[in-house]
Write a protein that binds this ligand. Structure first.
Ligand code: ISJ
Length: 418
């Protein structure tokens, strides 16, 4: 690795083109961009995904020529599907799960940027790494990325009546006692006047959503999955775990009422209870906030309960993801019944939406729940949004909530500041 005289990993796009991965989470000062692919691991099932996470988090998969960096976010980046059943060919290249080791990686370390280059081991590898690193250092743009393009008009299509019908079906099933909560999602098809400039979309997402993780993962067919999500599934540092329950939503103007609303409190409590329950066999000690606080985002607020734990020996990101996903913030309660309801009635292949995405390295990992996100190829974007349904949910209000959530991506895709 070497340090760069530069300030913004994303500015590397001016030299290297669209990145293959991007991850920017200001609350933990994780900012990293990657180009190319020195290695990739693909999972075909939840079991294989777990094995890959286990392997990437237990021992170093790379050999550093000099000192290993202390707080690199990565070096592996990827995600997995929400559920196994795949019906949308647009997700095909992402596989069930996929993790990549970029060829070039640039990240923030304190107030500096660091860079690393990875190549497959073999004769001449060391020389290649050193010369690529020198090349990267001498050409990497020094300033921040400048956003240039004009806002563009978007053509948007979404199926309101189908969504509202599913909400009604869900509230009936809840009233009949089949389950207590289910999170219903829908897709919004968006077409731009010209191909989306993914780098600019990322730049706007990070600027407009400083409390979220702005992310991008690129599949081998060049389809990108990107977004700005507020929800951490698990952040692991050795034996220390940080997680959260994030559920219950209101427009920003109704922030003060949200804490007292019964329906939103029930939606939220379902998530807190579930997380505490699944963590209990995995942790020596768990600490949860006594009551939810407001998490304020652009235009909306959520109820958030912060949860920390000391993990038992041998428990890492792989065991956590296997136990926690899907939480009732994106699935439902009881989980298995809600998941089969989704399979039957949601009529949507969520792909990587609402599933764990993030980075992983030896003993450290950060997995977030991929919300407020879209699959983008050329001028086409397929955006995903959902809302928690409990007893008392009204179809129209849930529709409005998903509309509100869709603005995070729509604003960034259209280039508007609003
Ligand atoms: C499902 C989404 O968000 C989730 C559902 C929420 C809710 O129902 O209140 C709030 C935050 C997220 O846990 C989404 O953004 O698509």
């Amino acid at each position: 690795m070497r340090y760069l005289a530069a300030v913004d990993p994303l500015a590397g796009a001016e030299l290297l083109g669209e990145p293959s991965v991007y991850w920017d989470y200001p609350p933990a000062q994780e900012v990293v961009a990657g180009w190319g692919e020195a290695g990739a691991l693909e999972a075909h099932s939840a079991q294989e995904a777990q094995e890959i996470l286990q392997r990437l988090s237990s021992a170093s998969t790379v050999r550093w020529l000099d000192q290993a960096p202390a707080c690199l976010p990565g070096p592996w980046f990827g995600g997995r599907r929400f559920a196994a059943e795949a019906t949308d060919a647009g997700w095909g290249a992402f596989g069930f799960g996929r993790w990549t080791l970029p060829e070039r990686l640039v990240w923030r370390e304190g107030d500096r940027l660091a860079a690393a280059v990875f190549v497959p081991a073999g004769p001449g590898a060391e020389d290649k790494v050193r010369s690529m690193l020198v090349g990267l250092g001498s050409k990497f743009p020094a300033g921040p990325l400048s956003v240039r393009s004009e806002p563009q008009a978007l053509r948007v299509s979404a199926g309101r009546s189908a969504f509202e019908q599913s909400v009604e079906r869900a509230t009936e099933a809840i009233a009949s006692g089949y389950f207590q909560k289910v999170v219903l999602a829908r897709a919004v098809e968006i077409e731009g006047e010209r191909p989306f400039d993914q780098v600019e979309v990322l730049a706007r997402l990070r600027e407009q959503n400083p409390r979220c993780a702005t992310f991008l993962f690129r599949a081998p067919d060049d389809t990108a999955f990107l977004g700005a999500t507020p929800e951490t599934l698990c952040r692991v540092e050795g034996r220390e775990l940080r997680t959260e329950a994030l559920a219950g939503t209101a427009p920003a103007a109704q922030a003060m009422e949200l804490v007292g609303r019964d329906k939103e409190r029930r939606e939220h409590e379902a998530v807190v209870r579930y997380i505490l329950e699944v963590l209990s066999p995995l942790a020596e000690h768990i600490d949860a906030d006594a009551a939810p606080l407001l998490l304020t985002l652009r235009g909306m607020v959520h109820l958030r309960t912060g949860i920390q734990a000391s993990l038992r020996e041998g428990v890492g990101v792989a065991e956590l993801v296997a136990a926690m996903h899907p939480t009732p913030a994106v699935g439902g309660t009881p989980s298995a019944v809600a998941m089969s309801f989704l399979l039957e009635h949601e009529g949507l292949d969520r792909g990587w939406y609402a599933a764990p995405v993030g980075w992983v390295g030896p003993g450290r990992a950060h997995q977030m729940v991929a919300l407020r996100s879209a699959r983008v190829k050329g001028a086409q974007a397929r955006l995903y949004v959902g809302a928690g349904i409990v007893a008392g949910s009204k179809a129209e209000a849930e529709w409005r909530e998903t509309e509100l959530k869709s603005l995070t991506m729509a604003r960034a895709l259209g280039g508007s500041e609003g």
